[in-house]
Design a protein around this ligand. Structure first.
Ligand SMILES: [Fe+2]
Length: 202
């Protein structure tokens, strides 16, 4: 019989929330049309993490009531209910914009500066159009390769976690979480909305 007790402590978890919008799925064509309208207004976009793809200006959707009426309630719900924030914590947009990756386009690894929470809303994600990859904040994490898959599925000690996007899904995560989008290998366009949020105490 062993003469000791031992346990595990999983330090520094990264809180990611996942929400599926029924409203988006009910009126997907309406929202996709609105996104293409917005891209037509500013077809040049800017250069950021996008590798050959389209990246709208950071304030592109900040006054767009159609998109904000879709997304704001989801953000608000998560901030009020899922993060364990204090009652007086509120939020505002730092930025919200459209990404469009044609076949072959990708987004390089990046973090989002000048905000506390960031998010992605998946508008149009054809099969093989690019996963979102999240990287372990402990870069070069050395233990994953030695662990059983069954243990990893519980502990989530991955070096890189691959998220297969679903249309109508909204992810929120700390802005410091490194992520990228691998190349669009479909024959269609991949569209997402990205946003950064500032948190403050009222
Ligand atoms: Fe991003």
């Amino acid at each position: 019989m062993k003469s000791f007790e031992s346990g595990s402590l999983f330090l520094f978890p990264t809180h990611v929330t996942v929400t599926n919008s029924h409203e988006f799925l009910k009126q997907k064509n309406f929202y996709v049309k609105e996104i293409y309208n917005q891209i037509a207004i500013d077809s040049d976009g800017i250069q950021a993490s996008n590798d050959k793809g389209y990246h709208g200006k950071y304030d592109q959707l900040i006054h767009n009531s159609i998109i904000r009426n879709l997304i704001d309630p989801i953000i608000d719900y998560n901030i009020k209910n899922n993060y364990g924030f204090k009652d007086n914590v509120s939020w505002s947009y730092n930025s919200i914009w459209i990404n469009l990756n044609k076949p072959g386009c990708s987004n390089a690894p990046h973090v989002h500066f000048n905000s506390q929470l960031s998010g992605i809303f998946y508008v149009k994600v054809p099969l093989n159009s690019g996963t979102t990859r999240f990287f372990n904040p402990s870069l070069m994490y050395p233990l994953e390769g030695f662990k059983l898959q069954s243990f990893l599925e519980r502990s989530l000690e991955y070096s890189c976690y691959i998220w297969n996007p679903v249309e109508g899904q909204l992810l929120m995560f700390p802005s410091t979480l490194l992520h990228d989008v691998n190349a669009n290998q479909s024959n269609d366009e991949r569209i997402t909305i990205s946003f950064n949020l500032n948190l403050f105490c009222k």
